[in-house]
Design a protein around this ligand. Structure first.
Ligand SMILES: [Fe+2]
Ligand SMILES: [Fe+2]
Length: 205
């Protein structure tokens, strides 16, 4: 499938990712890419688009592949790259460093993988927290990250995987709700974007 990079082919991107991610994360990334594509096929505009939906499929594939490109960095390397590219972090991100990979990932997708499409970069940027009224691409990547086939099985997954192909906003609500319950259970604070997102998606419950 085509990746929307100005510098690299699909093969080159896969090779680079394989070097930067551990085996589990690499397999997850491929799973997210294909799942994001399938969600885009279900909810996209192929029937009315001039290109029969090809571009939106490539957008979903590229964003899915690269969404976790900053996930497996050593702490030092991560901090160095944040400084180099002037990635501004909120207190929440500083306190919970796993959140950083989304923001930094959007920067690295551009700087290291030659992806300049702002829609893709935004989908990477918000894939962990979500935010209110996401674009279709952002929603597909956010949801694919949660439901892709290699994910650890959760009680809520079968329902979400069924609902998601006919009612994406409702599935997003269910995912956000599950994430909130999970964080509260572990006594972890919830990112402001997720709180705003669940407030918004509540209307589709
Ligand atoms: Fe992630
Ligand atoms: Fe992920």
């Amino acid at each position: 499938m085509d990746v929307l990079s100005e510098k690299y082919t699909e093969e080159e991107i896969l090779k680079k990712l394989r070097k930067k991610l551990d085996e589990r994360r690499y397999i997850h990334s491929i799973g997210v890419a294909h799942t994001a594509v399938s969600l885009m096929m279900a909810h996209g505009h192929a029937q009315v688009a001039e290109d029969k939906g090809l571009n939106e499929i490539c957008l979903a594939y590229t964003a899915g592949l690269l969404h976790d490109c900053a996930k497996c960095l050593e702490d030092e390397e991560r901090d160095r790259l944040c400084e180099k590219y002037h990635v501004e972090l909120t207190q929440m991100e500083k306190d919970h460093s796993f959140l950083i990979h989304a923001k930094l990932g959007a920067v690295l997708a551009k700087e290291k993988y030659g992806v300049t499409d702002p829609q893709i970069l935004s989908a990477i940027r918000y894939h962990t927290t979500g935010y209110p009224n996401m674009t279709l691409l952002e929603a597909c990547v956010f949801a694919a990250d949660f439901i892709e086939p290699n994910r650890k099985m959760l009680d809520c997954l079968p329902e979400i995987r069924t609902v998601i192909y006919r009612d994406l906003p409702k599935a997003i609500y269910l995912i956000l709700k599950q994430t909130l319950v999970h964080l509260e259970h572990r006594n972890q604070p919830v990112d402001e974007n997720s709180l705003k997102a669940i407030e918004f998606y509540k209307q589709f419950a």
